[in-house]
Design a protein around this ligand. Structure first.
Ligand SMILES: [Zn+2]
Length: 105
């Protein structure tokens, strides 16, 4: 009952991600490309997505994480006091400006 000789736009949209990731088998690819050739909407969508993907890849390559960044981050994490219990005892208001709440005769 399923006519597998042609993809509808929905079929293409559903498989576009897999197609771009080259996860489709040869038959699916052929059907999908056949549709792309005859459907301007899907062709435009595919063009848009592939350009997006290409742009992303370029960006990722450009901002390759410097190797010492991870080092810095892990050092920062190690420096954190963590939960050693001393919550704000160091330089809090000791009592020099007390007497705000109590009634002063
Ligand atoms: Zn289409």
């Amino acid at each position: 009952m399923a006519s597998l000789d042609r993809y509808t736009c929905e079929d293409v949209f559903r498989r576009l991600d897999a197609y771009m990731d080259r996860e489709l088998n040869a038959d699916d690819v052929r059907l999908l490309e056949q549709h792309l050739e005859t459907c301007a909407t899907c062709a435009a969508e595919h063009k848009f997505e592939s350009r997006l993907l290409a742009g992303l890849k370029q960006k990722v390559r450009r901002i390759a994480v410097p190797s010492n960044l991870m080092d810095k981050i892990s050092r920062l994490i190690a420096d954190q006091p963590g939960d050693s219990g001393g919550a704000g005892g160091l330089n809090g208001p000791g009592g020099s400006r007390g007497g705000g709440a109590g009634p002063t005769n």
